[in-house]
Design a protein around this ligand. Structure first.
Ligand SMILES: [Zn+2]
Length: 123
C-alpha cells in the first residue's frame, strides 16, 4: 500500500473513513480532504525534496518540525520562501521512521553525514 517514501506519501482514504476522521478530529471533512496526497503525487521515489530551514522553523509551532505539502509534489525543485534549490533526503528515511520526530532525527543525522563528507551540497 505505501510506496518507497512510506507514510509521508499517504494514499487517499475512502470518503466514509475521511468523514469519521473529520468527526474525531473535529475538523470539517473538506479541510481534511485537502491535506491528502493527490493521487498523481503518489510515485515511488529514491529521494524526497525539502527545505531544511522551513522544516525546522515552523511559524505555527516553534517546538515542532513541519513537512510542507508542496514538497510532496514530485516536480518541486525550489523553496517558495527562500528561493533556493530544495535539499533531498533518501525516501527510506520515512519508511524507517514511525513518525515525524523520528524522521527529524534521521534527517539531521543524514545532513550531518553529508556535510562532514564535505560534499558541499545536499542533493
Ligand atoms: Zn525554505
Amino acid at each position: 500500500m505505501l510506496g518507497t517514501a512510506g507514510w509521508i506519501l499517504f494514499p487517499a482514504i475512502s470518503h466514509s473513513a475521511l468523514e469519521a476522521f473529520a468527526t474525531l478530529a473535529r475538523l470539517d471533512d473538506d479541510r481534511l480532504s485537502r491535506i491528502q496526497t493527490p493521487p498523481g503525487w503518489l510515485t515511488d521515489r529514491r529521494c524526497v525534496p525539502y527545505c531544511f530551514r522551513c522544516f525546522v522553523l515552523n511559524d505555527a509551532d516553534v517546538s515542532a518540525p513541519r513537512w510542507k505539502r508542496e514538497w510532496l509534489d514530485p516536480t518541486a525543485e525550489f523553496c517558495r520562501v527562500h528561493h533556493w534549490l530544495l535539499e533531498t533526503v533518501p525516501a527510506s528515511v520515512f519508511r524507517l521512521s514511525n513518525h515525524l520526530d523520528a524522521a527529524h532525527r534521521a534527517i539531521s543525522r543524514y545532513r550531518k553525514k553529508c556535510l562532514s563528507r564535505g560534499a558541499g551540497h545536499l542533493r
